[in-house]
Design a protein around this ligand. Structure first.
Ligand code: FAD
Length: 369
């Protein structure tokens, strides 16, 4: 049997942007904590994304609390620049990130949590799960029916066009990832993009981005999107429901960009017939490759605590990141956790600040008892 090797007041699981923002606020209290991350280097979630990826939100609105992203407000950082920024952030605040540490299980033992990570068994009073919203590729059940001659990749496996054989490509899923990959591939081949047109947010691709967005370090923006559009407001709840039903609108890109790149839009893929993809309108497409830009499934099956309930799709039930029936357990970085921007760089800081206050309140109450 393993013995507890360490006790810390708070363990943060995951050292991506969410875990680091949490660390920033925890460090402001007299409180012991550690951030455990499975990766070998801070920022790897960003580094591992496809080669040409740039952020869809400009630098002026892509900073974590306490350290502005080092670029002009209107610049769209590359994925490696964002990864390096996160690494510099962790160094700047001397955050206690322990790398190469995968948490395999989380259970409750009396008043405390117990986490297993390799040879370590750690006890904690509070646990913040910040493992990211994007765990396992979500691929339709009919995908294995495609002919073996068709190359299939999920967007998380896509790096660059030269991974694909010559020939037409079908990109399934018309959200931001699908649209960006489709445009890149359309430079020298025929690309079909399947999925509903979900509209787009105002285009931010020029130097004359509205200056007011950045007013006072983005605080106006933060108020608009992180305070006004929360699960507590009517408009926030409406937007959340819309995103869930119809998919998110395109950001930075527009349907015109797709058209100009020569991407051909087609309806949803309904299934597979004789090894080829079949669309909702009955048409079959003869393609050399399929890219599944169909999102991700969350997997929190390694958390086995009695007070945590889950939705039908396995996502945890919580109130703004606080699991009410499981005192001391928190989630951070989930889509629309507290606001429209909870799963983005600009929104996660406010959510982390909120959770740090909750943890502090709980600690104070325990000390009073
Ligand atoms: P992650 O970055 O996924 O970090 C989670 C960390 O947890 C990882 O380091 C991982 O190693 C670790 N981990 C996971 N499981 C365990 C475990 N069991 N034990 C220990 N460690 C574990 N947002 C924006 O604001 N702007 C953008 O332009 C933008 N573009 C995006 C483009 C793509 C293609 C995607 C998929 C997302 C994009 N996002 C963007 C959304 C979001 O900002 C990113 O997904 C971001 O990486 C989420 O940060 P996170 O810290 O919540 O999770």
């Amino acid at each position: 049997t393993k013995r507890i090797t360490q006790h810390v007041e708070t363990v943060v699981i995951g050292g991506g942007q969410a875990g680091l923002a949490m660390g920033y606020y925890l460090a402001q209290h007299d409180h012991s904590f550690v951030i455990l991350d499975a990766g070998s280097r801070v920022g790897n979630a960003w580094r591992n994304r496809w080669d040409s990826l740039r952020l869809f939100i400009p630098a002026g609105l892509s900073s974590l609390p306490g350290m502005p992203f080092p670029a002009a407000n209107t610049y769209f950082p590359t994925k490696d620049e964002m990864a390096d920024y996160l690494e510099a952030y962790s160094d700047q605040f001397d955050l206690p990130v322990q790398l190469d540490t995968t948490v395999e299980s989380l259970i409750r033992n009396g008043d405390r949590y117990v986490l297993d990570a390799g040879t370590q068994r750690i006890a904690a009073d509070h646990v913040v799960v910040a493992t990211g919203p994007y765990h396992h590729p979500n691929v339709p059940r009919f995908a294995p029916g495609l002919a073996p001659s068709i190359t299939q990749l999920h967007s998380s496996e896509y790096q660059s066009p030269d991974q694909l054989p010559k020939g037409d490509v079908l990109v399934v899923g018309a959200g931001n990832s699908g649209a960006e990959i489709a445009i890149e591939l359309a430079a020298d081949r025929c690309v079909w993009l399947s999925g509903q047109n979900t509209g787009h947010l105002p285009q931010w691709d020029s130097d004359d981005l509205p200056r007011w967005l950045f007013w006072f370090d983005g605080c106006l923006f933060e108020w608009l999107f992180s305070d006004l559009l929360t699960v507590d407001t009517w408009v926030g709840r409406k937007l959340k429901a819309r995103g869930k039903d119809g998919g998110d609108p395109l950001i930075r890109l527009t349907p015109e960009d797709l058209q100009q790149a020569g991407v051909k839009r087609v309806p949803r893929v309904k299934g597979v017939v004789d090894g080829t993809p079949r669309l909702n309108n009955g048409r079959r497409l003869d393609v050399a490759a399929v890219i599944w830009a169909t999102g991700f499934r969350q997997d929190f099956s390694w958390i086995e605590v009695p007070g945590l309930s889950r939705d039908d799709d396995g996502s945890p039930i919580h109130d703004r990141g606080v699991v009410e029936d499981e005192p001391g357990l928190y989630f951070l970085g989930l889509p629309f956790q507290r606001s429209l921007l909870s799963a983005t760089l600009v929104g996660v800081g406010a959510d982390a600040r909120y959770l740090a206050t909750q943890i502090q309140t709980r600690t104070d109450a325990d000390e009073t008892d």
